[in-house]
Design a protein around this ligand. Structure first.
Ligand code: ASP
Ligand code: MG
Length: 934
């Protein structure tokens, strides 16, 4: 490719820098930091100056919690636009937050304009209404709209029918009109869509007033007029209108003079004929930005259920970090390349006036979120985000005819225009031009592409490549980083990069790859270029941390097997049943633990899954291995022959004498779990180093059978035997270099390991040679729906306490399940289905001979029908295996789609204690195992 450039955004790179009048970014950040410092001081001097507040005594606002660090006094009154998204206006609790946020700003003397969206999901209903009306079936939607709004009214304690009956009746009449005429124009669609924001703001204004705030509800159609830019009469004129963001002195004066808080609809404007128009989906952000520009606002705050922009899509990269500050252009690039936090049209509207945008979360108003302002003109080159867009279509046009020819591109692009397709990225070489089409900007149905191909065929050889994904690196001066991209680009080695495009603005480098490669790529690029980035003023906490603190809403849990659906179905078809292990997931889990600064070493408890590829993955990732039998030690010698003995630890229980001899002969560290070996075979350990497994007297775990601490468990040396133990140790000149406790399995309480550490460390003074505390494993993973992930930052905090008190002791962990459970799935084909009255059974080709945990522990494993992953549940079934035991049941009462013989069912979270516990019972072989490299 001789020349690379970007299509549609290249122009954005031009010199239209926002004015600097509001000071640099760093001063904004300083500001925020100082706010925190003066918080207490200010809290006691809050004034309540909203007119509404004076009416009530004691004012309810006084109980409103502080929502942000107070501003340094005296701060001149500012004009602040607050935009709240659909999820932030749909419940009483989020409205309480809005009340608190607004009240506080008012109390500080600021002018506030609230702009908000329709209730979550309402615009979708309204979008569907015209067509449903034409089908003569609008009632369901109308009912849903009514009940959504009435329920919220009830929650807010306002009179829903009085406020909204006339709106709902109007809507009903329009729906009837559409049905009657059997026709719907973009003009009518816009009118219908505007009802969502109108009804929501009417309820919101009534609520805030009831709470004692002075509120002026203003109709957005009197505030914003669309520009004539969009061709009149086209759908875009009505449904994707654009307005000016220039300062509007009339509007400004009007808003300044309002005594109370102004509140208006997002998404809505009028055209020069006074007709209602809307600003395109997600257009409330844009409305707020236009109004901020028109008013001359000092700041635009956009509130939603995420606290800002992240370095990557958190659904793919839970370790994605909150971006604390961004330049306008960077934010714009991140929005246009895939992030949905901010509408891309929003940035240009405020950038020219230098109005900063603050992204905030209604779930945690104290968090400063992301601050977007003028682009920094110096500072290190750094990738700020890896964004991605799926469902991208590429069109490759090949011809020798264009070499040194005039007009080929003009002719080709004319065809795109005729078909009505907007081009996103372009790359050209002497004989090939490749362009990408974004489904968000285009209707990419088969017939449209057929017409395109038809139009292009006379002038070149056309190939349509789909589905693709565009993965973009975004950040200032990205060209300066090209040399660092080397290792990152190795990720593309085995896969085709269809197109590379670099923005002339030096803000963006995009590659287009096959869609199924995108997620892996995003993760790899993120971990190479961003995960460890310093610059705390730019890179904030991770999504995971924020999720744990409740500052952001949970995304659906990512599942590696969802994207591998076809491969897994095929694998299972070939074998009837199979275990599949996803090695990248294993590696990621290990990395997550090794990244905890207080954890010095991680030993994988290989009893969980001894598959050679898994052992190698963990060893390559820097982990050690914990073995409990001579068989395991021998297996490791075979699979990882070069592993030094110090990366192993042998921790058997009631093992025969010879096994200790085997380990000691090979220099493998040994853990003693009872006095017996010292009492009877003391000379074996003469002059050696050992670890001691202690029983702290208590245990933990997901089932009584996996609790390994406490008097009723057969493991460990109780503390009351310590005196005798020390005598034995002395007698044989043994150096105790480590203390160990493993108290159970599947533990999700994060403070557990810190407690173990404290208990063990409490005995440290009795062991002068002590170097390490092995805190055991048992780190749980969520298995049942609704279970939360183990809170690792919290776990780290517990360990930090031990580390601070005993800086000389290494802390080790010994996890099994945590590293491999989610990486493994059991696949099995349906053999037969049967119904016995009410009860329905789905029978699988394998059962307890492959996965014993449900029978042994009553363990829960999620089960899905992989053949019909996206079909809705149809009936509740018992999922059973072919073994002649009533206990051979993998899942009880599971809701599955209509399931048939030959379908492939997937049993999730089966990578730990699955196949290793399998048997040949009934002489049925357990499922064979397959390791997936990617
Ligand atoms: N309610 C509109 C939509 O859902 C606008 C917005 O919420 O931003 O697209
Ligand atoms: Mg939005």
């Amino acid at each position: 490719m001789s020349e690379l450039h970007r299509g549609s955004y290249g122009g954005e790179g031009g010199g239209r820098h926002g004015s600097q009048r509001r000071g640099s970014f760093s001063s904004l950040i300083d500001y925020c930091v100082r706010f925190r410092l003066v918080r207490l001081q200010r809290a006691s001097t809050l004034q309540f100056d909203s007119p509404g507040c004076r009416k009530v005594s004691p004012c309810p606002c006084m109980s409103v919690p502080m929502t942000r660090p107070p501003e340094p006094t005296p701060s001149p009154p500012q004009r602040i636009v607050l935009k709240f998204g659909g999820s932030s206006v749909s419940s009483r609790s989020t409205w309480n937050t809005i009340l608190a946020v607004v009240t506080e700003l008012r109390n500080q003397g600021h002018h506030v304009l609230v702009v908000h969206s329709a209730l979550a999901g309402v615009t979708n209903l309204l979008e569907a209404l015209p067509d449903r009306s034409r089908d003569g079936d609008p009632q369901e939607i109308l009912d849903a709209l009514t009940s959504r709004h009435m329920l919220l009214a009830q929650e807010l304690g306002v009179d829903g029918p009085a406020l909204l009956d006339s709106e709902l009746q109007q809507l009903q009449r329009i729906a009837a009109g559409v049905a009657l005429l059997d026709e719907v124009t973009p003009r009518i669609r816009a009118r219908i869509l505007a009802f969502g924001e109108r009804m929501a703001t009417v309820l919101g204004a009534a609520f805030l007033k009831d709470q004692g705030l002075a509120v002026d509800w203003l109709d957005a159609r009197e505030l914003l007029t669309s520009e004539a830019g969009r061709p009149a009469g086209t759908a875009a004129h009505w449904l994707s209108a654009e307005c000016s963001s220039d300062l509007d002195p009339e509007l400004s004066r009007r808003l300044d003079e309002l005594p109370g808080v102004a509140l208006t609809q997002g998404f809505t404007a009028r055209d020069t004929h006074e007709d209602t128009v809307v600003l395109g989906r997600g257009g409330s952000d844009t409305a707020a930005a236009y109004l901020a520009g028109g008013w001359g606002a000092d700041r635009l705050e956009i509130w939603s259920d995420v606290p800002g922009m992240f370095t990557a899509d958190p659904r793919l990269v839970p370790g994605a970090r909150l971006l604390r500050k961004l330049g306008y252009q960077e934010a714009q690039e991140i929005s246009t390349t895939g992030s949905k936090v901010l509408h891309p049209r929003c940035v240009p509207a405020v950038r020219s006036r230098g109005i900063p945008i603050h992204l905030r979360s209604t779930l945690d108003p104290s968090l400063p979120g992301t601050i977007i302002g003028p682009d920094p003109d110096s500072g290190p080159a750094q990738v700020k985000a890896i964004s991605w867009k799926s469902e991208v279509v590429l069109v490759s046009m090949e011809t020798v005819g264009m070499w040194h020819e005039v007009g080929f591109l003009a002719r080709a692009f004319q065809v795109f225009e005729e078909v009505g397709l907007s081009v996103d990225l372009v790359s050209t070489s002497e004989t090939n031009v490749t362009v990408s089409l974004d489904p968000r900007a285009n209707l990419l149905e088969g017939w449209v592409l057929d017409r395109l191909v038809e139009g292009l065929t006379p002038i070149c050889r056309v190939q349509v490549i789909r589905p693709c994904a565009a993965v973009s690196l975004v950040g200032n001066r990205i060209r300066g980083l090209l040399h660092r991209l080397g290792p990152a680009l190795q990720a593309f080695e085995e896969h085709r990069i269809h197109l590379v495009s670099q923005a002339a603005s030096d803000l963006n480098l995009t590659v287009v790859v096959d869609e199924d490669q995108a997620e892996r790529l995003v993760r790899q690029l993120h971990s190479l270029l961003i995960s460890g980035a310093a610059q705390p003023e730019v890179f904030g906490p991770t999504w995971q941390e924020l999720l744990r603190n409740g500052a952001t809403a949970a995304p659906p849990r990512p599942r590696w097997w969802r994207v591998k659906q076809d491969d897994l179905v095929a694998l299972c078809r070939d074998h009837g049943a199979a275990y599949a292990y996803h090695l990248p997931t294993v590696a990621t889990q290990l990395r997550t633990l090794m990244e905890i600064p207080q954890v010095d070493r991680v030993f994988y408890a290989m009893k969980a899954n001894a598959h050679p590829a898994i052992l190698r993955t963990l060893v390559d990732g820097g982990g050690g291995l914990e073995c409990v039998s001579q068989g395991e030690l021998e297996h490791v010698q075979k699979c990882c022959p070069h592993l030094p003995p110090q990366r192993l630890i042998f921790t058997p229980n009631f093992a025969p004498r010879e096994e200790y001899v085997f380990a000691l002969d090979r220099g493998i560290p040994v853990t003693l779990d009872a006095l017996h070996p010292l009492q009877h075979w003391g000379q074996l350990f003469q002059g050696r180093e050992v670890f001691l497994r202690m029983d702290p007297g208590w245990g933990s775990g997901h089932h009584e059978k996996v609790v390994t601490g406490g008097r009723h468990s057969k493991f460990g040396i109780p503390f009351f035997e310590l005196d005798e133990l020390l005598q034995l140790v002395d007698r044989h000149d043994i150096r105790v270099v480590g203390l160990h406790t493993h108290s159970g399995s599947g533990i999700l309480a994060p403070d557990h390991w810190g407690r173990v550490g404290e208990t063990l460390a409490g005995q440290a003074h009795r062991f002068p040679h002590l170097r390490a505390l092995n805190l055991g494993g048992g780190l749980g993973v969520p298995e049942k729906p609704g279970q939360e992930e183990l809170d690792l930052p919290q776990l780290a905090t517990g360990l930090a306490t031990v580390k601070e008190a005993y800086p000389g002791l290494e802390l080790w962990l010994e996890p099994g399940r945590f590293l491999v459970a989610e990486a493994g799935v059991l696949l099995a084909q349906v053999t037969q289905v049967k119904g016995k009255g009410e009860i329905r059974y789905v029978g699988l080709a394998t059962g307890m001979n492959s996965l014993l945990r449900p029978a042994l522990y009553g363990a829960f494993h999620e089960i899905v029908n992989l053949t019909r992953l996206d079909e809705p549940g149809a009936s509740v079934v018992q999922v059973v295996g072919p073994i002649c035991e009533s206990g051979d049941r993998l899942g009880s009462d599971r809701l599955l789609p209509e399931t048939r013989e030959g379908d492939v069912l997937l049993v999730a979270t089966a990578g730990a204690y699955g196949r290793v516990m399998g048997s040949r019972y009934n002489l049925r072989e357990p499922a064979p195992e397959f390791a997936l490299q990617e």
